[in-house]
Design a protein around this ligand. Structure first.
Ligand SMILES: [Zn+2]
Length: 626
């Protein structure tokens, strides 16, 4: 856990820092590594609730607290499902990936996710980094060749992946078992054992042939992984337990496939073969590193990535947090650390680090649970779905961000219902927070034309108590976000809002109409506006769009919450151009209370959030059903 950085002066949260140690207040290099969305279609709100919003809340808070954050990700574009879908659509896999890369970039931009670089796995830079890791691990003996029996389609000659083969389960007799698993009895299967196997793509009977592939020697890395997991602190207990259990039964795992679409195998006699590629899960996890290297190359300092990655040099004290849904834990808590350890020469076969040097293993794997929709699993084919794009056409990004933070699947599977979305938007965002802002700004503008001064008579106990609640929020909320307890964190921030509303009801400044009472009215509004300013800062990581608006309503200028931009860039190594998400996040509010200035003009009040009509619930449910 890293606390906020001490800046000039002595901010209140410094005095309140829980452990008080200077060490926790030093600036850290922090990598926010966000799961790579698969580019075979648009993403729905279940996807972005697992990886997108939580990682952005964390990255925004850490930057505000003074840390040096690098947040990277991109679209995951290789693998059989993209090849299969491209074939069905009559386009090339690259064309299909181009289409959905663009859609996903626009969606994440719409949500205001502050990536330093959101790229893709089809860049030449990514290919080169994947091949470097493959070669390093191969040299160290952690990647080994092996002959296996693989299914091919007799008509195309292409490999048929396990999940595209269907047949009768040899164990329970279920007639629609998949090559990798029987959904009826739950047993793991091998496609060669299926009775009457058929291709799910075209119905033909697959042929099983001997084929040579490369395997990742996971058993040779089990011990170093166990030692690493034993030193992990603060992980969600279910993630740690699940990861430890995986180590008990590690088998060598194939990392190449018979496929034309993917990264070529960088060994002599292999690199020019059109029919053998590195498998998608192996190349996609390496994206965290390749995207960091791409970001550094674009920044003008090609070595800047080392601050987040080098285990020996510039990055030896860096921290790295990986964000994903729970179906991806194995890739981040076992496979990726295994690749990093093998490349660094740290498994039971020893070895030497490759030319990138020894690399950091994850500090923490932050996994979310599942979001369901109206009690059902998200399913594009059954239309139990709402895509990010459709959502953002009808509602504001912060309304969704609020729902995900306050009611998302942080540590339990949770259900998205339109009724609950409506309730949280109207009762909590609009009536709780938005009205507080509007009432106070309007009353101050009407009666004073600016932020009113504090009466020389001074502050009452009630005034001081409310200001203290807001200031304490910086410690409480920041600490909770730093420990990935975002649901509690936004709850604490909204408690400040609730306290401010209670204070206003009790103080009733609207009753102080006599000229003699005006100084007291001014003091109450000054206190309320100060607490609004503080609460707005506490809510900024969660609600960046509305935080900028509230900042401006309070008469603030400049960037309060920086936003990502989409840029069309050239491939650094001569490949086709593509859009990336990037931004300048060095500007914006810091994680501290900033005193509001009496006399500063207030902007004309306008609602920050949109109240939704209850009829949207039936409209949305009707969309689901048709
Ligand atoms: Zn079965």
């Amino acid at each position: 856990m890293v606390g906020p950085v001490r800046r000039s002066g002595t901010p209140h949260w410094f005095a309140n820092a829980p452990d008080g140690s200077l060490g926790s207040l030093l600036m850290s290099h922090v990598l926010a590594a966000v799961a790579w969305p698969y580019a075979n279609g648009p993403r729905h709100i279940g996807h972005v609730s697992g990886f997108g919003v939580p990682s952005d809340v964390f990255a925004r808070y850490m930057r505000m607290a003074g840390h040096d954050v690098l947040m990277v990700s991109g679209t995951d574009e290789h693998g059989t499902p993209i090849q299969v879908q491209a074939d069905a659509d009559g386009v090339t896999p690259r064309e299909l990936a181009d289409r959905y890369n663009k859609v996903i970039v626009e969606d994440l931009h719409g949500l205001g996710l502050s990536y330093d670089l959101f790229t893709r796995t089809t860049t030449r830079n990514h290919y080169a980094v994947v091949q470097e890791l493959f070669e390093g691990m191969y040299r160290n003996g952690y990647i080994v060749p092996k002959t296996t029996m693989g299914a091919i389609s007799p008509s195309t000659g292409r490999t048929l992946p396990d999940r595209y083969i269907e047949g009768t389960c040899p164990i329970c007799g279920y007639d629609s078992a998949r090559g990798d698993q029987c959904d009826n009895c739950g047993n793991q299967l091998d496609p060669i054992d299926l009775i009457n196997p058929k291709s799910r793509i075209n119905g033909e009977t697959p042929k099983f042939v001997e084929t040579e592939h490369f395997f990742l020697d996971l058993p040779a890395l089990a011990e170093v992984l166990r030692q690493w997991l034993d030193t992990r602190e603060g992980w969600r207990p279910n993630v740690l337990r699940f990861s430890r259990n995986l180590l008990d039964d590690l088998q060598p795992r194939a990392i190449t496939r018979d496929l034309e679409w993917g990264v070529p195998i960088p060994l002599d006699d292999w690199r020019d073969r059109p029919d053998k590629r590195i498998y998608v899960w192996f190349d996609a996890v390496i994206g965290y590193l390749s995207a960091s290297i791409e970001w550094a190359r674009r920044s003008g300092d090609p070595d800047a990535w080392r601050k987040y990655w080098s285990a020996d040099g510039a990055g030896k004290d860096a921290q790295s947090y990986y964000f994903m849904g729970k179906d991806n834990i194995v890739f981040h808590s076992v496979i990726w650390p295994a690749l990093l350890s093998g490349y660094s020469g740290e498994g039971s076969r020893d070895g030497e680090p490759g030319e990138l040097g020894r690399l950091n293993l994850p500090t923490e794997v932050v996994s979310s649970e599942y979001l369901t929709m109206e009690g059902r699993k998200f399913s594009s084919s059954r239309k139990v779905v709402i895509y990010v794009r459709d959502f953002l056409e009808r509602y504001d990004a912060d309304a969704l961000r609020y729902f995900i933070a306050a009611a998302g699947p942080e540590s339990n599977d949770t259900d998205f219902t339109w009724a609950e979305f409506l309730r949280r938007n109207n009762d909590e965002l609009v009536a709780g927070w938005g009205n507080l802002v509007n009432r106070c700004v309007s009353m101050a503008a009407k009666n004073f034309g600016a932020i009113p001064p504090v009466d020389p008579a001074g502050l009452t106990e009630a005034d001081q108590a409310l200001l203290a609640v807001a200031r304490t929020g910086f410690t409480t909320v920041g600490d909770l976000i730093g420990r990935h307890r975002q649901k509690q964190a936004i709850g604490e921030a909204m408690k400040v809002v609730a306290e401010a509303n209670r204070y206003l009801s009790e103080q009733a400044p609207w009753k102080l109409k006599d000229e003699a009472d005006k100084p007291r009215m001014g003091t109450i509004l000054h206190v309320a506006l100060q607490v609004i300013s503080d609460a707005n800062t506490l809510l900024t990581p969660f609600l960046p769009h509305s935080a900028q608006q509230v900042h401006e309503l309070l008469g603030g200028t400049g960037v309060h919450a920086p936003m990502p931009v989409i840029e069309q860039v050239d491939d650094l190594d001569g490949g086709p151009a593509y859009p990336v998400l990037t931004g300048d996040y060095t500007v914006g509010a810091r994680w501290e209370s900033v005193s509001i200035e009496a006399g500063r003009p207030l902007a004309a009040p306008k609602p920050v959030f949109r109240k939704l009509d209850p009829s949207i619930v039936d409209e949305e449910l009707a969309r689901l059903a048709d």
